[in-house]
Design a protein around this ligand. Sequence first.
Ligand SMILES: *[C@@H]1O[C@H](CO)[C@@H](O)[C@H](O)[C@H]1NC(C)=O
Length: 320
Amino acid sequence: MAGLSGCKALGVVLLAVLAGPLYYTFMPPQVHEVKGKCAVITGASTGIGVQIAHVLASEGIAKLVITARSKEKLDAVAANITKHYPETQVFAVKSDVSKPEDRTALAETVAKTFGSCPTILVNNAGVEYFLHMELQSVKPKIDQMIDINIRGLIHLTNDFLPMLIKSGGHIVNIASLAGKGASIGVNVYAATKYAVVGFSLNLRADMRHRKLGVSVHCVMPGFVTEAGMGDDMGKQIGLPMESVTDLAGFSRPIDTANAVVEAIKYDHPEMIVNSLPIWPLTVIQAIFPRFWDFFFELPLPLVQRSTAWLDKVTDYQSQN
Ligand SMILES: *[C@@H]1O[C@H](CO)[C@@H](O)[C@H](O)[C@H]1NC(C)=O
């Protein structure tokens, strides 16, 4: 009997200790508004960036700066947002996050345009290549990913932080499931995304610790369908993307855009956006890193079709 009540007591203590974290994980209260704030989105001329712009405008953003390298595409996106959401003032600013002079110019323009409006910075710009790491010819692609996905993102954040601290606001970093697990051929891309995940968690802790009024969120989409690189690749190599998304799941740009809004409203540190629940794998990986040694070699058609797709994309992108 003593043993049983000891068990009960332990159960009660465990529940009491877990209640807070469980409550905040599964039923967090809404603590922030999006309406009336100002937002700047990088990489906003295509794919996920366009959807984030539309969803933020639909939430009642007052002023929206969209940036990318192609002014032509940006202008088209801006025109469409203005047409559907006339309450939101939209500004299209050509800017390359891998260029220091572009970054400082963007930060200055945005500070002037927004004034003291609380600001949401969405670091969405990114490039992805699957590469065979032993090839010398892939060096330019390695540099491009490092320059845009991580060096650009960190420096742009650094350029924006003075105004964010002054006006209050949010930083939303778009990382990837590649920054949480292991795959085939995504080596450098994964390295940049692991960096974004780590940067986000640490910056969030630092901002909170110093009570600077800036919250940081990281959104991690899985394989993106309907737009972006994976989708184009599938067509180019002649293997449908389902070869890999049947196993790993997928995320549509609209799902990621909705997650950006949810992350801000409910102050989520991290959000994984994927059609299949993939987070248990991240737990398994943390406890058994060796898991991946046999996972990709499993003699299951689902796994083998996926690795065939990844191999073919890696061959293609290493050569083209
Ligand atoms: C324009 O915006 C609307 C509303 O968000 C969307 O449904 C439509 O697909 C957009 N058109 C283009 C060409 O992007």
